[in-house]
Design a binder for this molecule. Structure first.
Ligand code: URA
Ligand code: SF4
Length: 214
């Protein structure tokens, strides 16, 4: 893929400008089958950015991140953690839904490393505009997008890390003093054998995020 860079408007720019430009992105092949680009959403002065994997089926149709079942669970967990929802911007590592058709159904497929790399300029543009205090990494795809291929949720979740110092390409993120915290993806909570325990773990991690910005 050619990557998203040529679609990213120059600075100065707003979240709305980024979102409009991303609507026309053809930086990888995922735009061809998906309904639309699903850009990040939230206040430009949000101190916390949550980064998920890619839009799901519902998000693809509605054009907004985390508005399906995983999104409902995530919003509940944000509330339960004490994080202020208006202080949170929500986005994804990859902005188009990747899926496989089986009959009438669209089956989620994980984005590959090439999609993550192709879409990274949008994430970088979001960060350089938002300058968040804390980035919450939801699951393995977002972790690999931001911290590199050796990222493991199970080992790195629930603790504050300096970032972008630990990022794979720190030069991409010209913003100082950001902290990162990784946690389980809300879809993994939905799939967990013991959903209550998994949910509690997500909320506990988000409480660490809430304490870090308060
Ligand atoms: N899962 C994600 O990672 N992002 C969404 O927007 C929805 C589900
Ligand atoms: Fe562009 Fe990202 Fe969509 Fe690929 S997934 S077309 S890079 S917005």
């Amino acid at each position: 893929p050619v990557g998203a860079q040529q679609w990213v408007p120059p600075e100065p720019r707003s979240i709305d400008q980024l979102k409009s430009a991303a609507a026309g992105c053809e930086g990888c092949e995922l735009h061809a089958d998906a309904t639309q680009t699903v850009f990040g959403r939230g206040a430009a002065d949000a101190r916390v950015v949550l980064v998920g994997e890619q839009p799901g089926d519902v998000e693809d149709q509605k054009g907004l991140p985390f508005v399906g079942p995983a999104g409902r669970l995530l919003r509940e967990a944000v509330d339960d953690s004490g994080l202020d929802a208006s202080d949170v911007y929500i986005t994804n590592a990859v902005k188009h839904f990747r899926f496989e058709r089986r009959g009438n159904r669209r089956i989620h497929q994980n984005p590959g490393p090439a999609h993550i790399t192709a879409c990274r300029p949008w994430l970088v543009a979001e960060f350089s505009l938002l300058k968040p205090q804390l980035v919450v990494i939801l699951g393995a795809t977002a972790g690999r997008a931001l911290l590199g291929p050796s990222f493991r949720v199970t080992q790195q979740r629930g603790r504050l890390m300096p970032w972008p110092a630990s990022a794979q390409h720190p030069e991409d993120f010209p913003v100082a003093e950001i902290q990162a915290l990784a946690t389980i993806h809300p879809s993994a909570v939905l799939r967990a054998d013991n959903r209550e325990v998994a949910y509690g773990g997500l909320v506990d991690d988000l409480k660490i995020a809430a304490a870090a910005v308060s």
